[in-house]
Design a protein around this ligand. Sequence first.
Ligand SMILES: NC(=O)c1ccc[n+]([C@@H]2O[C@H](COP(=O)([O-])OP(=O)(O)OC[C@H]3O[C@@H](n4cnc5c(N)ncnc54)[C@H](O)[C@@H]3O)[C@@H](O)[C@H]2O)c1
Ligand SMILES: [Zn+2]
Ligand SMILES: [Zn+2]
Length: 404
Amino acid sequence: MKALRWHGEGDIRLDNVDDPTILDPQDAIVRITRSAICGTDLHFIRGTMSGMKEGTILGHEGVGVVTEVGAAVRRFAPGDRVIVSSTMSCGVCWQCRAGHTAQCDTANPNGPQAGSCVFGGPQPTGPIDGLQAEYARIPWASNTLTAIPDNVSDEQAILLSDIFPTGWFGAELAGIRRGDTVAVYGAGVVGQFAIASAFRQGASRVFAIDSVETRLVLALDQNADVINFNREDPVQALMDATLGIGVDAVIDAVGVDAQRPSSGPAAAESEQLAERFAQEVAEVAPRTNVQGDNWVPGNAPSQVARWSVGTVRKYGRIGIIGVYSPEAMSYPIGQAMNRNLTIRLGNCDHRSVTPPLLDLVASGVFDPTRFITQHEPITDVVDAYLTFDRREEGWLKTVLTVEG
Ligand SMILES: NC(=O)c1ccc[n+]([C@@H]2O[C@H](COP(=O)([O-])OP(=O)(O)OC[C@H]3O[C@@H](n4cnc5c(N)ncnc54)[C@H](O)[C@@H]3O)[C@@H](O)[C@H]2O)c1
Ligand SMILES: [Zn+2]
Ligand SMILES: [Zn+2]
């Protein structure tokens, strides 16, 4: 079958590989019909999330049809349409029963303390071959898969594999309450779903901060107030807009590849931190492979952390869903301490967050497909990665069509 594999920083290839087989009674095999490219995948290729094993099939977002099940899989049968959750979970350990499916004690082959087990990720997350392929082996299939109702299309379902639940989870981490004023850093697709989720969870005003105009326009379409950090200083703008109080809650939907402003009133202050940021980049990305405009690591890993702490009100709440690698050590903890902030963060508990969101989609209340900007056949996946990585205008979310 065809599968996109990681061969090194800046080196991904669509290879012909053997079809996956059942290795454990808890496994299922799924013929993938839709996959998608995620900002998380970019970290692995830019080198800002290290520890990838050569040959790992990339991708953690997938929808498809079950073709085979292991002897212990009782909930699914060949022919079932399913969403594959990005994180694997057993469903029966105490973490899973508490709804903490991203911290399942059983799924990660590196042991119960190893943290999230993710498709197509680095060694400490498995490694488990991913979903940008024609077929995939799904460990712990009974809990990792979710059945798709007939009235939900594959196009809708693919956004329930990771992105919608993650945006929702980000708003939950930020503890959104009725009437809140919220700042969402990052207007990528995760930021867009965080904006939608914050409104649905009761926020009355949401500010979206980014520098990519087409992404800010999409945020504006959702009735967010938008701030381009290359034109305005987000800290000043948010303070001015909130009577100097700050926002109630912040959602960081950027992560380790954060950039600092290249122009505008915030550029000078960030420029003074350039050396410190460069040191952070060296820590999180010991190996990179920049090729022209591609695979360039973000130049300011702690920029959003600094702005988040600087723009939330005293006793405010910060939810971090943007991914930071274990090597990321910089956070303005003293400032957060002095202002009595609450900071919550982590990988989305996909499997426990998804079901009510699937109901929202099935009932026609919320159509997530409005955020899909590109449909590409899997045969064009490398080109699609290159364009998405350059944050080209108009490229927000690419769904890959797979012909099994
Ligand atoms: N926690 C989870 O379970 C989970 C799941 C999925 C994705 N993620 C993470 O969410 C993040 C966003 O994913 P995505 O697919 O939207 O990625 P993306 O790369 O499309 O979007 C990131 C956005 O951040 C913007 N940005 C860069 N520097 C900024 C700054 N200083 N201030 C404000 N915005 C800035 C970029 O312009 C871009 O639009 C990634 O870090 C990804 O790994 C986390
Ligand atoms: Zn993803
Ligand atoms: Zn578990």
